[in-house]
Design a binder for this molecule. Structure first.
Ligand code: SF4
Length: 242
């Protein structure tokens, strides 16, 4: 079983609980305007690893990640669902916690086995409004919401992530709708509000891609606090909003 890997971060702290070995897989079907890793988009490129090779490397960091685990991110890792499923099964044999960081853009029938093998799913909801989601990413949010329904049904722990982009997703009516929508899901244990930033802008330039958000500022601290308060209002006591 081989996978196309974009890069590896051996001591990640932002993609799931604890210190984690993070594998960024190559390939993504979305084209988010705020993407800071457009160099992960292309499929069937990057460094090829077998599950065995990757496990061998992961086990070298076993002591560092014992309070965390392994996260597979991207790109969209569930484009390589077979590889993710195999890797997670191997991690499980060694008692290592696993998380997959996904945009939910892959139809469930193609990635259910990988999701089932994960301990935690980090699900990016780009917009609760499917029309706006399509304008922002190239695809509606239907598959992401179906994945969330499935995770609720099988009681798999979910962290939701939402990027706040001024002029696009920094829309308090949409945030209210999303916060209320998510309040019905008991599988969600955390919501992460991520402020838009331009750290990936140079990659768009290097790839000769047009970066439409050149003049978009990051959201203010006040706005992020206001958004967190909206999520907290609908998800009292149940959620850790970060
Ligand atoms: S899903 Fe992630 S990797 Fe893919 S385009 Fe969007 S931000 Fe970039």
């Amino acid at each position: 079983m081989k996978g196309y890997v974009h890069s590896i971060e051996t001591c990640g702290t932002v993609d799931g609980p604890g210190i984690r070995y993070v594998v960024f897989l190559q390939g993504c079907p979305l084209r988010c305007k705020f993407c800071h890793n457009p160099d992960t988009w292309e499929v069937n490129t990057g460094k090829i690893y077998t599950v065995e090779e990757l496990m061998e490397d992961i086990l070298k960091y076993r002591n560092y990640i014992k309070t965390g685990g392994v996260t597979v991110s991207g790109g969209e890792p569930l484009l390589q669902a077979d590889f993710v499923a195999e890797l997670f099964k191997e991690c499980k044999k060694h008692g290592i916690h696993t998380a997959v960081d996904t945009s939910g853009a892959i139809p469930l029938k193609n990635c259910k086995h990988a999701v089932d093998a994960a301990d935690l799913v980090l699900l990016d909801i780009k917009s609760i409004d499917s029309f706006k989601c399509r304008a922002l990413t190239g695809k509606g949010n239907e598959d992401a919401l179906k994945l969330l329904n499935y995770l609720e049904r099988v009681r798999k722990e979910v962290w939701i992530r939402h990027v706040v982009v001024p002029g696009i997703t920094e829309n308090y009516d949409d945030i209210e709708k999303m916060a209320e929508y998510l309040s019905y899901y008991s599988a969600i244990s955390r919501i992460e509000i991520l402020p838009f930033h331009k750290m990936g802008e140079y990659k768009w330039e290097e790839l000769n891609l047009k970066y439409e958000l050149k003049d978009t500022p990051p959201p203010t601290k006040e706005s992020i606090e206001k958004i967190k308060e909206i999520f907290k209002k609908y998800n009292k006591n149940k959620l850790n909003v970060a």
